[in-house]
Design a protein around this ligand. Structure first.
Ligand SMILES: Nc1nc2c(ncn2[C@@H]2O[C@H](COP(=O)(O)OP(=O)(O)OP(=O)(O)O)[C@@H](O)[C@H]2O)c(=O)[nH]1
Length: 318
């Protein structure tokens, strides 16, 4: 499988391989053949060149890729209208690219609409029997591409889930937490914004496992994660970063407000009815981000307060 670094290099290579003949062909047309075709090719090459530039910088290029393929499809519709079958030959290639640039759902709608339009426009310049025969070939090829794009997208989502989420509770994992803390610090430094972190540790969890077994313990962990997810805002995010340890990141939130959220979470866990009539409590450590500190020191401050909550009696917020 390709790593993220390899796949972006591969995407860059593909873009460059497309850009060189496209712009060369455009220049050739402007100089020696049809001016209009040359200008259209150069217009299509511009967003592609910007896309190459963004990819080389390691930045998101989706806007330019989308612009590129839309320009290409519009130009090809014009070619279908003028030249019939000679335009239709390119329909399949452009329609398949729509899947990979816009994603499966949007790609399916766009490619079907685009294919129907190019077939209809081709009838202007080609005999209908020939267009009909070509359309069958294009339809079958598109069916195959749709199936392939669906498989790729489904597998990609499953891989992303495996890499970013905790398999038991479905919440974000420790890897995502480190990434989110580093991003919050960068954002806070640049825009001078507040952000708080709540570390949560379920109390006496070992007893639950020992008394009721690991299966019930797992179920309690899932229910606790659900209860926390339902209590926090959509803009906050929940991570499981240890066995029975969770963390909530609260953007745009100051210490006092984060303490209030932690208190609300503590109460909702106490009020939640867990399986086997288990009375679960949790301890909380809250720390607002300090500009200029590292992610590790921020996490350590929240964790130290959590430890304080544990040693001072549990089921409390520090
Ligand atoms: N069922 C289950 N248990 C887990 C999982 N991960 C960790 N644990 C258990 O969580 C327990 C944590 O125990 P301790 O670290 O002693 O903490 P505690 O019993 O909650 O005690 P305090 O934190 O001091 O209140 C251990 O028994 C681990 O086996 C998991 O994924 N599923």
């Amino acid at each position: 499988m390709l790593s993220a670094g390899h796949s972006s290099k591969f995407a860059l290579l593909l873009h460059v391989l497309m850009l060189i003949p496209l712009s060369a062909y455009g220049v050739y047309h402007i100089g020696w053949e049809s001016h209009i075709v040359g200008v259209v090719l150069i217009i299509a090459a511009l967003p592609l060149a910007l896309s190459v530039f963004r990819l080389a910088q390691g930045k998101d290029n989706s806007l330019y890729s989308k612009t590129f393929i839309i320009v290409v499809c519009m130009a090809l519709l014009g070619v279908c209208y003028q030249l019939g079958i000679r335009g239709l030959i390119y329909t399949f290639g452009a329609a398949s690219m729509l899947f990979f640039i816009f994603g499966f759902r949007a790609g399916l709608v766009l490619s079907v609409v685009y294919t129907i339009l190019s077939i209809a426009l081709s009838l202007n310049a080609a005999p209908s029997v020939l267009v009909f025969k070509f359309s069958i070939g294009i339809g079958l090829s598109l069916l195959f591409t749709a199936f392939f794009a669906y498989e790729v997208e489904t597998n990609q989502k499953a891989l992303e889930r495996q890499a970013n989420r905790d398999p038991l509770t479905g919440v974000f994992n420790r890897r995502m937490m480190s990434k989110a803390l580093a991003q919050a610090i960068d954002y806070g430094k640049r825009y001078r914004r507040h952000c708080s972190l709540i570390c949560i540790d379920l109390d006496h969890f070992k007893e639950i496992n020992d008394t009721h077994g690991h299966t019930v313990g797992d179920e309690v962990l899932k229910q606790a994660a659900n209860c926390i997810s339902r209590t926090i805002r959509g803009t906050d995010s929940l991570y499981r970063f240890g066995g029975e340890e969770f963390a909530v990141l609260l953007p745009e939130t100051e210490q006092m407000d984060a303490m209030a959220v932690a208190e609300k979470l503590r109460e909702s866990l106490v009020d939640h009815s867990f399986d086997c009539n288990i009375n679960l409590t949790a301890s909380f450590g809250v720390a607002e981000m300090v500009i200029e500190e590292s992610a590790d020191s921020w996490l350590k401050r929240a964790d130290d307060r959590l430890y304080e909550a544990k040693t001072s009696g549990r089921n409390r917020v520090v």
